[in-house]
Design a binder for this molecule. Structure first.
Ligand code: F3S
Length: 121
């Protein structure tokens, strides 16, 4: 069991979770962060701090988000980043890469874009 990050993080990337993880198992990709399933010690601190509620225990995900258990795991495998098991985040493990299923998601509008389009209407 581990914690996973789901679609709520995509294009938000608040980053607060990375500041509290005691083992630095949260890695930065292009559009979201990913939790290493074998490095996570399941403490749950990150789950309580995420402002958009993007973090879950992998056995508590909804059916809609179940794919993100796989996405977090596959992110570290050769087919995506090939990071393997780095033993904790460091500057060299930050990439602009994402899992293909994340890349395929529609872009979320940023708050500034939303208020601009409201002003135009
Ligand atoms: Fe993403 Fe939430 Fe962390 S938005 S970067 S999972 S604090």
């Amino acid at each position: 069991m581990a914690l996973i990050i789901n679609s709520e993080c995509v294009d938000i990337k608040d980053g607060a979770c990375t500041t509290v993880c005691p083992v630095d198992c949260i890695y930065e990709g292009g559009r979201m962060f990913y939790i290493h399933p074998d490095e996570c010690i399941e403490c749950g601190i990150c789950e309580s701090i995420c402002p958009v509620d993007a973090i879950r225990y992998d056995d508590e995900v909804s059916e809609d988000e179940a794919i993100f258990v796989q996405i977090n795991r596959e992110y570290f495998e050769p087919a995506v980043t090939g990071l393997g098991e780095p033993g904790g985040w460091n500057r060299l493990t930050t990439t602009d890469q994402d899992h293909p299923a994340v890349l395929a998601l529609p872009r979320k509008k940023k708050e500034a874009e939303i208020s601009q389009s409201k002003e135009e209407n």
